[in-house]
Write a protein that binds this ligand. Structure first.
Ligand SMILES: Cc1cc2nc3c(=O)[nH]c(=O)nc-3n(C[C@H](O)[C@H](O)[C@H](O)COP(=O)(O)OP(=O)(O)OC[C@H]3O[C@@H](n4cnc5c(N)ncnc54)[C@H](O)[C@@H]3O)c2cc1C
Length: 580
């Protein structure tokens, strides 16, 4: 097994030349810190991590998948090899890499720890979820919203791997519609108690859980929610019940639990009524994490497909020399490198946001807007395009692709969770398109220029690749123009002048085509990110050229689909509404 950092040329090139370290280093090390020295140390950390993850963690992945979760005497437990991974990562200090230094962490920027997340996802996506959800997520939430006492109580154990938590938002009837949750938190004798159920909670079998619950009587939707920490054991007894771990075909080593709370004693994390705000700030970060998980899985599939296509011969030559297979490989290379470029950009923005939060300063508006724009795209592209990458790898393996001895079938299965958790692909698309709509309504004239995305509108590239990029952008803008004209026709100029908000009915075409718009947007951003990298590192020109061509084709396909109308969808919805 290789070193997953040093033997990944694109990751190394990205680290060495494409991350703006002079901008990042002062954020964690203070002004005047030596950039070269810090970056050299971080590179060393990543090479140690790459060795351990590429050998030990990757070496246990098949067994973790085969065993899944251990269910014994009504208990849900991690498998032996998963425990070995957690211990090994903790011993190397890799769990607490981005945790604050005063709580046993290393305080490294996300721009560094994201490489570890990618390597873990490449080696074993179940282990990546276990580290991300059972350790990093609760530590981040407690650090941001907790008291000093709560931080001291939980963070060191989370960093050392001796304590594990979970984050519980979803309920049986409240998935994408979080505001429909019914778990309630009430005060009794000066203590908070929780009653309700949570569903699909990753690592829900751990030592504690952070629960999103309704705590303001009479509130509804996303108002009146709070976050609560509930310890699993209280006075030697179960404080809540881990009812079961679901049996599933994807990320099998990660326990996905149903939890029941009945007069569960809990303590408030943050302020009453601030629950939704607390969880969204964390969720935006974890969505980028899931995009990076997709990157790791895609990288695994890509590497396996290349190796196989080089040695498998059919019709007298290696299959990679047959044009259709060669195109699949090129497609995979571009999608993976493109996602890495976009994820690196988002990570840098995230580091700047985190630094503002830590310093208690207002984040730069441009940075928060750009991060908000990229987050659903990294998640969408990291899920949907990496599923496509895995599907191509499976195809390149032919019949062997479906045989469990070859690991591409596992990559395919693991990739299928990506568009579901941390906000489905449809929810990411709604987020991306709603923001676009806001700009369109505020500045309708943007559809006469480079479009509502400032980042896309500003950039210029030369040559054929630049022309393809510009054509893709023009196609998207023309599509949006068509939709805005339709909106004005339906809703009148008052709407476009921002005097009132569009109704759901008026927005129907945007809601129907949200994922198509998001797909085009994400391909444009991937091409842009690679194009910007190619300006600094000309050897990336071929990746940019391929991505720009692909963006043009995707934009055209989606524009045609949108122009073809609704295909009878709205009529069918009206029928279902009548049947209700
Ligand atoms: C393995 C796994 C681990 C998980 N881990 C956690 C965890 O740790 N903590 C936690 O709180 N939750 C967790 N979840 C829950 C996960 O976040 C939800 O499954 C997800 O948010 C979707 O909710 P749902 O399953 O209820 O689907 P639903 O919300 O019912 O959606 C069903 C389908 O309808 C679509 N849909 C819904 N609303 C709309 C709309 N307005 N427009 C268009 N399409 C729409 C969705 O995109 C989806 O395709 C996990 C889930 C899984 C499977």
């Amino acid at each position: 097994m290789p070193n997953f950092f040093l033997e990944n040329p694109d990751a190394v090139a990205t680290f060495d030349t494409l991350v703006p370290w002079p901008e990042i280093v002062p954020l964690t090390e203070g002004a005047g810190a030596d950039t070269k020295e810090n970056v050299a140390t971080w590179r060393e950390v990543l090479s140690v991590a790459g060795e351990f993850i590429g050998t030990e963690v990757a070496g246990r992945a098949k067994e973790i998948d085969e065993i899944g979760v251990v269910r014994q005497d009504g208990r849900v437990e991690l498998s032996g090899p998963m425990c070995a991974n957690v211990k090994g990562l903790a011993d190397l200090g890799l769990i607490g890499l981005s945790f604050p230094r005063e709580y046993e962490g290393s305080g490294l920027p996300f721009s560094v720890s994201r490489f570890v997340v990618e390597m873990l996802a490449r080696a074993c996506p179940s282990t990546m979820v276990q580290i991300g959800i059972a350790h990093t997520a609760p530590a981040t939430m407690i650090y941001r919203g907790g008291t000093d006492e709560q931080r001291s109580r939980y963070l060191p154990g989370l960093a050392k791997g001796t304590l594990s938590g979970a984050v519980a938002m979803t309920e049986p009837q409240a998935g994408s519609d979080v505001g429909a949750l019914t778990t309630i938190a009430t005060q009794r004798n000066g203590c908070w108690v929780l009653n309700g159920r949570k569903q699909f909670i990753s690592a829900g079998n751990g030592d504690f859980v952070i629960v999103l619950a309704r705590c303001v009587a009479g509130s509804s939707g996303l108002e009146g929610l709070g976050l609560f920490i509930a310890d699993r054991k209280m006075d030697g007894r179960d404080n809540y019940v881990v009812e079961r771990a679901e049996h599933k075909f994807t990320i099998r080593g990660s326990p996905t639990c149903a939890l029941a709370f009945e007069d569960t004693r809990a303590e408030l994390l943050g302020a009453v009524g601030e629950g939704w705000r607390g969880i969204t700030s964390f969720m935006n970060e974890s969505r980028i994490g899931i995009g990076i998980q997709g990157l790791g899985i895609g990288e695994s599939a890509r590497v396996a497909a290349h190796a196989y296509a080089a040695k498998r011969k059919q019709m007298g030559k290696p299959i990679r020399e047959h044009p259709m297979v060669a195109e699949m490989l090129l497609d995979m290379d571009t999608a993976v490198a493109g996602l890495r470029a976009l994820a690196v950009e988002a990570s840098v923005l995230q580091d700047r946001m985190i630094a503002s939060m830590r310093n208690g300063t207002e984040p730069d508006r441009d940075i928060s807007w750009r991060l908000r724009e990229l987050t659903p795209l990294v998640k969408w592209y990291g899920a949907e395009e990496m599923i496509r990458v895995c599907r191509l790898a499976l195809q390149i393996f032919g019949g062997y692709g479906v045989v469990t001895e070859y690991e591409v079938e596992r990559h395919m299965r693991d990739a299928l969770i990506l568009p579901i958790y941390e906000g489905t692909s449809q929810i990411q698309s709604l987020m991306a398109v709603r923001d676009l709509m806001r700009v369109l309504i505020r500045r309708p004239a943007s559809v006469l220029g480079g479009g509502p995305s400032g980042t896309l509108a500003r950039v210029r590239f030369r040559g054929d690749a630049g022309r393809n990029f510009a054509a893709a952008r023009r196609t998207l803008v023309a599509t949006l123009r068509g939709l805005v004209v339709g909106l004005a026709r339906e809703g009148g100029l008052d709407l476009l002048r921002g005097r009132r908000q569009p109704t759901d009915d008026e927005l129907r075409p945007f809601l129907l085509h949200a994922e198509r718009i998001t797909e085009t947007l994400s391909h444009l951003h991937v091409a842009r990110a690679l194009g910007e990298q190619a300006k600094r590192a000309p050897e990336r020109g071929a990746l940019f050229a391929y991505a720009a061509r692909r963006a043009r084709l995707v934009a055209k396909r989606n524009a045609d689909a949108i122009a073809a109308g609704d295909g009878g969808v709205f009529e069918r919805i009206a029928e279902w509404e009548r049947e209700r």
